[in-house]
Design a protein around this ligand. Sequence first.
Ligand SMILES: Nc1ncnc2c1ncn2[C@@H]1O[C@H](COP(=O)(O)OP(=O)(O)OP(=O)(O)O)[C@@H](O)[C@H]1O
Ligand SMILES: [Mg+2]
Length: 223
Amino acid sequence: MAIVGMTGSGKTVIATNIITIRDFVVVLGTKSADDSLYGPLEAQGFVKVESWDPWEWRETGHKRVIFAPPLELSDEPTPKEVDQAIGDQADKFRTALVQIFKAGGWCVYADEIAYLTNDLGLASVFNLLWLQGRSLGITIVSATQRPRSVPLNTFQMAEWFILYRIADREDRRRASELTGPLAPVVFETAGRLPRHEFAAVHKSTDSILRSRVQLDERERLAA
Ligand SMILES: Nc1ncnc2c1ncn2[C@@H]1O[C@H](COP(=O)(O)OP(=O)(O)OP(=O)(O)O)[C@@H](O)[C@H]1O
Ligand SMILES: [Mg+2]
């Protein structure tokens, strides 16, 4: 599943509501604190960990995990130390993703796929999961504000597209062009959607629906 929309549209809200239909879910946390993401997940029983292996659930029982390896930085890091810390964080994600590939069966949620694939250099391992993960029972749910900055497989391999309003024409073209025969409808719709409404495209049946997440009272107050 690929989710695209501008900041504040509701990508994190829909993702955190939908991933729980799976039994084994790991959320890739790139920040050590992220209230809009970790709060709702922890309320649903997710456990935040700094190191993780997909087989670990057999000992810990943890099938809903936020894997957030921290950036290990001193108070006044040199540029080299910053690069080193980012590289170390990337290595931890890469190792976990390879282990997921070997284990199969996990649903992986990437809240900003462009950061993981570009900035952390994880495009090749994500491409491996997109191209070969389906038959291993692996689901990738990814969200982005920057459809032009993500690998094509983000969209090409998605069974479901969720599109919120995308004002930028080029971004909209990129996000809609791989939705098959519905591409012109998706392109037009994604330019006009009201705030928090989305178009969902199911690629294998060429169906499209328009909807919005109904937040409960607690979530509305928090928003
Ligand atoms: N269906 C909805 N109804 C009402 N409010 C919503 C709805 N969806 C999201 N919101 C509110 O909009 C705000 C932004 O939502 P969210 O954090 O999911 O956006 P986002 O697309 O992930 O943004 P970003 O790209 O910055 O991460 C939140 O305060 C959230 O509660
Ligand atoms: Mg978000």
